[in-house]
Design a protein around this ligand. Structure first.
Ligand code: AMP
Length: 204
């Protein structure tokens, strides 16, 4: 089964996939993280990706498809979850060529709540655990003991550009998938436990 996760930055996609991974075996294709992994290698491509990420712009389709193809070819689990992909209609068409999307989970959240979550977000460099400065007053990850950091693109300026890209390019995908009859809308303003419960019902 191939599942796409859609939702504005801060809607909880990253935390949700970590929760799903704790209860079921999945192949996770998180393009933002896969691209950050390339940045961490320090390669010329990584340096270019970093510029795009810090400025909030989308990385070119061929680069994104390369990381996706690599992951799909090495996949070991039957359930694949795409997090952060597709992000525009061009990517949606590219995804249709490589696999059949069975379900799309749309985490719906207002821009106001999303921005509040993002500017307070702390992410673990080692395990990807996500928490909030408002709830947790330390830079040590409670999940793995690694270091909690702010993402370099989680600035007000970066977030505003990413929101604009989301509204202009990603949000229209909701209607495309709704018309296909595979869209499941989830209220992402609730607690992560409630969101997780609703999402697991959709997956099962
Ligand atoms: P995310 O971790 O999903 O918030 O993504 C962070 C950044 O990585 C985005 O602002 C883009 O620069 C880049 N990125 C992630 N996914 C994609 C994608 N599907 N297409 C193009 N760029 C992406």
């Amino acid at each position: 089964m191939n599942i796409v996760l859609l939702g504005i930055q801060g809607s909880g996609k990253g935390s949700l996939v970590l929760n799903i991974q704790s209860v079921m075996d999945i192949t996770l294709i998180s393009t933002g993280q896969l691209l950050r992994d390339e940045v961490a290698t320090g390669s010329p491509l990584g340096k270019h990706i970093n510029e795009m990420q810090v400025s909030g712009r989308l990385v070119e389709l061929n680069t994104v498809m390369r990381v996706i193809d690599n992951k799909l070819h090495s996949k070991t689990k039957d359930t694949v979850i795409f997090d952060g992909f597709p992000r525009n209609i061009e990517q949606l068409r590219a995804l249709d060529k490589v696999c059949n999307v069975d379900k799309v989970i749309y985490l719906k959240l207002s821009k106001e709540v999303a921005i509040d979550r993002i500017v307070n977000r702390l992410t673990c460099k080692d395990c990807g655990y996500i928490t909030s400065k408002l709830m947790y007053n330390s830079d040590i990850c409670p999940n793995c003991g690694g270091k909690l950091v702010m993402r370099s693109d989680d600035t007000i300026e970066g977030v505003n550009i990413r929101f604009k890209v989301y509204e202009d390019e990603t949000l229209p995908l909701v209607e495309v998938y709704r018309k296909r009859g595979i869209l499941y809308e989830i209220d992402a303003s609730r607690t992560m436990e409630e969101i997780f419960e609703s999402v697991m019902k959709v997956i099962k």
